[in-house]
Design a protein around this ligand. Sequence first.
Ligand code: BGC
Length: 372
Amino acid sequence: MKRMAFAATALVAATALALTGCSSDRGGDTGGGTDEEVTGFDAGSTIGVALPDKTSENWVLAGQLFTDGLEEAGYKADVQYAPASNTVAEQQNQITSMVTNGAKVIIIGAKDGKQLATQVQAAKDAGAYVIAYDRLIENTDALDYYVAFDNFKVGNLQGQALLDGLAERAGHEAPYNVELFSGSPDDANSAVFFDGAMEVLQPAIDDGTLNVVSGQTEIAQTATEGWLAENAQNRMDTLLTGSYGGDVVLDGVLSPNDTLARAILTSAQQAGKGVPVVTGQDSEVESVKSIMEGIQYSTINKDTTLLVEQAIKMVGQLQKGEEAEVNDTESYDNGSKVVPSYLLDPVIVTKENAAEAYANVPSLLEIVESYK
Ligand code: BGC
């Protein structure tokens, strides 16, 4: 999977593009698929939503929002999570059942985006549309759409936040000692976040501003299997023991999300290394509190409510027999095709801009205001 060069202006330019390429035999009443028109499906149809295991709060929230939002829009919602064990096989089975049960659109938050091509093809063959949600599904041209926050930009913002946080808080001039973490290797987003961050950080490593003391700068070395906090904490413990003996200072850590950020901070504190500048993502409640307390440096606001709303809006367009609206047709190549995407804009959040960043997220705004 390759994330092609991102051009913000192309987003706007592509918005109005009417995309072709959807199968003619989908949507129902075309009587054998000779008609190239997409004809939609019954308003009360079943919509499948297959979500991964609950590795961060956003996945928990998404399930509830999909159930409520789809039912409110008049569909039958079939929302399922893959359990934490045997997740890939369970998710494959869940998608297969959704196809068998006649779901007209299947929205998938992939556990492992490399292992769903067969199920996505089966969905297409059965006349259903497939939308990849938040995580891209790779190596299949049967995938219709991708809806996500622009995850490459998330990585860019995280890299920049690490540099800004170091300048603000390290208490000394460069060079800064840092370590790099990435997400689970089975999640297509992990490389996208990491590549986005490295686009910003690599020049600072090359010019000596940043010193990755462990020398571990390859994504395989930085991975956090399963997005599990304990795996990040163990790796940080090992790095501190191996590379930060004596009075070697740890100034900052690139963390791809909030769950891992808190684990990394716990490790540093337990090792007596103080509070390094640590980035995050997801605006989890505990991390927003930590940011307001001046501990975690940053997070990202990817408002799940907006993303679910956008996905349901796409379902509505397909139901009416229209193409789903997209705003990007060049950034997310899944190895088989560039997937027509609707990308939302992620927002960096630090203590300084938290009130503004969460102006439309009442539950988080309340937390921010409680620190005033
Ligand atoms: C999501 C992140 C999340 C991570 C772990 C990624 O695919 O984009 O928001 O932190 O999965 O759940």
